[in-house]
Design a protein around this ligand. Structure first.
Ligand SMILES: C[S@@+](CC[C@H](N)C(=O)[O-])C[C@H]1O[C@@H](n2cnc3c(N)ncnc32)[C@H](O)[C@@H]1O
Length: 257
């Protein structure tokens, strides 16, 4: 059997377009968004990546992960890569779409470091569901919100096939009534889609979650921080994934607080 050690991000197959601040702009005619796009390759982990200290010292590091769980995760990641590959060819190469995946092994490392008993996890823009399902398999109570119904269907199917309790709501991660009103910058939402808020379907408001994951396109991180700071629980954390495979942990800070 191939080694199942948690490994650094594998070089991306050519069709695995990744997004990042320095990458190509979206094709003309795509939704208005900042001048960024897909196409950057996976880079080694950024030196400046900031990770929170493990909450529970008894949790084993990634290399000590239970072999059966490790095998389940590798199988999930492999299928996630296959789905992404098809999605890229069948959807993204025809029309711009905001879904590009984070590096699953990189996110796994961070989820392992942050996990603890009874934590509730939410993925904003859960796409094919791989990260939310990973969180569920690691013991989080895990939910995802995704605005594209086709991706929600894929995520639910993937969760069922990997015997995961992860739950997915179709809708927006923006809370109902939320308005992005920056005093000092462009108020457009970039590629963040607008639609019915997904929290009602989940049965939990944003403040019920301990850890919230987001992978913003350039220019969208301030919106995510604003939502988290206004609506997140005071002891929650926002895990922001960056295009250089960095993982940043942010505490909640109330505006003006
Ligand atoms: C950059 S991808 C990240 C996918 C996944 N979280 C990951 O890291 O692999 C962003 C995802 O957010 C979704 N999305 C965009 N606007 C959204 C919104 N308002 N609410 C929920 N999902 C949204 C897109 O359809 C896309 O699947």
């Amino acid at each position: 059997m191939a080694s199942l050690a948690i490994r650094p991000p594998r070089p991306a197959p050519r069709q695995y377009a990744r997004h990042g601040p320095e990458s190509a702009p979206a094709p003309a005619g795509s939704r208005a968004r900042p001048a960024v796009g897909c196409g950057t390759i996976i880079r080694p982990r950024a030196k400046e990546a900031r990770l929170a200290s493990p909450r529970d010292p008894a949790i084993p590091p990634a290399s000590d992960l239970d072999p059966a769980l490790r095998a389940r995760l590798e199988s999930l990641f492999d299928e996630g890569h296959e789905i992404w590959s098809r999605f890229d060819i069948e959807v993204r190469q025809k029309e711009w779409h905001p879904f590009v995946p984070a590096d699953y092994h990189r996110v796994l490392e961070t989820l392992l470091e942050l996990r603890g008993p009874g934590l509730r996890f939410l993925e904003w823009g859960s796409a094919t569901g791989v990260i939310t399902i990973t969180a569920d398999l690691l013991g989080y109570e895990a939910c995802g919100i995704e605005i594209d119904p086709a991706l929600v269907a894929i995520a639910r199917d993937l969760a069922a096939r990997h015997v995961s309790n992860a739950r997915f709501a179709e809708g927006s991660f923006l809370p109902a009534g939320y308005r992005w009103r920056p005093a000092d910058r462009d108020a457009r939402l970039g590629s963040i889609g607008e639609g019915r808020s997904g929290y009602l379907e989940l049965g939990h408001p944003l403040e019920d979650f301990d850890l919230v994951f987001g992978y913003p396109w350039e220019g969208e991180a301030p919106v995510m921080h604003d939502v988290m700071n206004r609506y997140g629980a005071l002891d929650a954390r926002f895990l922001r994934y960056g295009p250089d495979d960095s993982a940043h942990i942010h505490p909640v800070k109330r505006p003006g607080g």
